[in-house]
Design a protein around this ligand. Structure first.
Ligand SMILES: C[S@@+](CC[C@H](N)C(=O)[O-])C[C@H]1O[C@@H](n2cnc3c(N)ncnc32)[C@H](O)[C@@H]1O
Length: 257
């Protein structure tokens, strides 16, 4: 089955930094829930898509039914390299992200800085947990586009819930009033209650960890204590551990009156 223009649009979108390719139901659900403008939504099985929407996102069911266009399953399978198990693909506009504005977010919310993450699924998992923890932004250096379709899959589309952007040289970022905290297994043990809620939390690349430049610029280097013999946690696991250690610190008791 051929529809050259649809195949070409999905192919071009993978290289277009103004668009996001959403593969599967959960990325679509979160994208719509967090305000994405969806330009194209195709399904190989409208009845199954409507069943999923009714079960998992009743708030969006009408919208999804309106946007969806059913295409032949053989055509659907040609639109992306690895078709998702849930029968839906979409193209959405990426929100513009201004890194300086994201860093200037005044809330008591940290920024996650990923130095050269190599695994797109891992990068996506970091975005997912950062969105769940309601941080101010996720910034990523290195060669990968943090909005790559595989990262969007790993994040279940939660890129639309917070600013996510590529940055060039993490050690040269203008951080304003935010301290830079480097997460590294050699650091002093993390004390969650002492973590500055406006910190930029820097995590290193999967194989080699943080660069000497980021470590040299850091205001503090902290570690997640581990059992002896274990060398490190997976990148996304360490982001999750730190963010939820921070979130689960009990709020200070109100002063006695
Ligand atoms: C897979 S680890 C990198 C392993 C690398 N060989 C090293 O020793 O740093 C990826 C990133 O996760 C974070 N990480 C993993 N385990 C950690 C720990 N126990 N304490 C602090 N950060 C950790 C660090 O930011 C690290 O750069």
């Amino acid at each position: 089955v051929q529809d050259g223009s649809l195949i070409a649009r999905f192919g071009r979108a993978r290289r277009d930094r103004s668009l996001a390719v959403l593969e599967g139901f959960h990325p679509l659900k979160h994208a719509l829930r967090f305000g994405a403008t969806v330009r194209e939504l195709v399904t190989s099985d409208r009845a199954e898509l409507e069943r999923l929407a009714a079960a998992l996102a009743p708030d969006l069911a009408g919208r999804i039914a309106e946007l969806a266009r059913e295409v032949d399953p053989a055509l659907f399978d040609q639109l992306v390299p690895l078709p998702p198990t849930t029968p839906v693909l979409a193209l959405a506009e990426r929100p513009a992200v201004d890194v300086d504005v994201a860093l200037a977010d005044e809330r008591a919310a940290p920024v996650v800085l990923l130095e050269d993450p190599r695994d797109l699924g891992n990068l996506g998992a970091c975005v997912r947990v950062a969105a769940a923890a309601d941080v101010a932004a996720v910034l990523a250096s290195g060669g990968h586009d943090p909005w790559h379709p595989d990262a969007l899959r790993g994040a279940a589309g939660l890129h639309f819930a917070l600013p996510v952007a590529a940055v060039a040289a993490p050690e040269a970022l203008a951080l304003g009033d935010r301290p830079l905290i480097a997460l590294d297994p050699t650091g002093a043990p993390l004390v969650p209650a002492e973590l500055d809620p406006r910190a930029v939390l820097a995590f290193g690349t999967e194989r080699h960890g943080l660069s000497s430049q980021v470590l040299a610029r850091a205001d503090a280097i902290v570690s997640i204590p581990m059992r002896p013999g274990v060398s490190s946690l997976n990148l996304a696991t360490s982001v999750a551990a730190v963010l939820f250690a921070w979130r689960l610190v009990p709020a200070p008791a109100p002063p006695l009156s």
